[in-house]
Design a protein around this ligand. Sequence first.
Ligand SMILES: *[C@@H]1O[C@H](CO)[C@@H](O)[C@H](O)[C@H]1NC(C)=O
Ligand SMILES: *[C@@H]1O[C@H](CO)[C@@H](O)[C@H](O)[C@H]1NC(C)=O
Ligand SMILES: *[C@@H]1O[C@H](CO)[C@@H](O)[C@H](O)[C@H]1NC(C)=O
Length: 298
Amino acid sequence: MASFASFLSLLLLLHSTTSVIFARKLQSVVAHGEDESDYSSFDEKYAILWGNDHVSSFNQGKEIQLSLDISSGAGFVSKTNYSSGFFHMRIKLPPNDSAGVVTAYYLTSQGPNHDELDFEFLGNKEGKPITLQTNVFANGVGGREQRIILWFDPREDFHSYKVLWNPHQIVFFVDDTPIRVFKNNTDKGVAYPWQPMQIQTSLWDGEAWATDGGMTKTDWAHAPFKANFRGFNIDGCPVYASNTQPCYSTDFWWNGESYWTLSPSQQKAYEIVKSNYINYDYCSDRDSHPTAPLECPQ
Ligand SMILES: *[C@@H]1O[C@H](CO)[C@@H](O)[C@H](O)[C@H]1NC(C)=O
Ligand SMILES: *[C@@H]1O[C@H](CO)[C@@H](O)[C@H](O)[C@H]1NC(C)=O
Ligand SMILES: *[C@@H]1O[C@H](CO)[C@@H](O)[C@H](O)[C@H]1NC(C)=O
């Protein structure tokens, strides 16, 4: 937390300086520290979902690499459903030219009217920034895309991408910085994800839409594209039957009161992200949503 505090004071200090310097400083200050507890082996909690021959394992299963070529991509999935938690994955995106390539880390329920929480990294040409798109589906309703350009190059190193999901809020984090908050607004009539979800990752060809709205296609001369994953322990409440109620207990640390809202320092960091790094927000897209959705600022 100490490094997060210094990161924040730096954020505030740099708020008024140019974004280039800002991004450079952020990159050097954000903790790259690797948490030993992240080094669980893949097989304990996860299994390959598709593209078996496009998955490699390193370091006794503590690192997994998915690859994409013209024949296939690949994906993996948690062996269990969860109904609350503070989920995380350390990811290093395909280097160099990855236009058209989508790397995804998400939670999803099965069946109709599904719930889903997405991180989707939209690849790009070498030297052009990766877009991180997040989305929230609740009771089958999505269309809540938000896109940010990160303050570092996610192709160069592993970073943590996390989702807090408790009865009060869903928060997407990049390392320790909140980039998106979806509150439980059921009292306003907004559906809130509650269905048991499995964690999934995938690497696939999204050239139809991912880069420049689909104008920039995947260049297969640069295949195979490879994304690496670490951090296979899971802080989540497993659900083996359909009763999700026990997962709302404050006995789980991520359901405790300090996780019901952002802390003041997290709120400050979030404000900086909102004013500097978001380049698309469904809340302000009047073409797709002629009136602001209920969960958006009115
Ligand atoms: C997760 O729950 C769904 C029902 O919501 C069920 O169909 C699926 O088999 C469960 N997955 C696991 C791995 O238990
Ligand atoms: C990819 O980029 C890195 C530097 O970012 C460079 O060292 C490497 O040679 C490049 N690889 C290819 C295949 O262009
Ligand atoms: C959302 O909040 C309501 C109270 O406003 C609570 O009853 C409900 O359990 C919460 N939903 C989830 C999925 O946690």
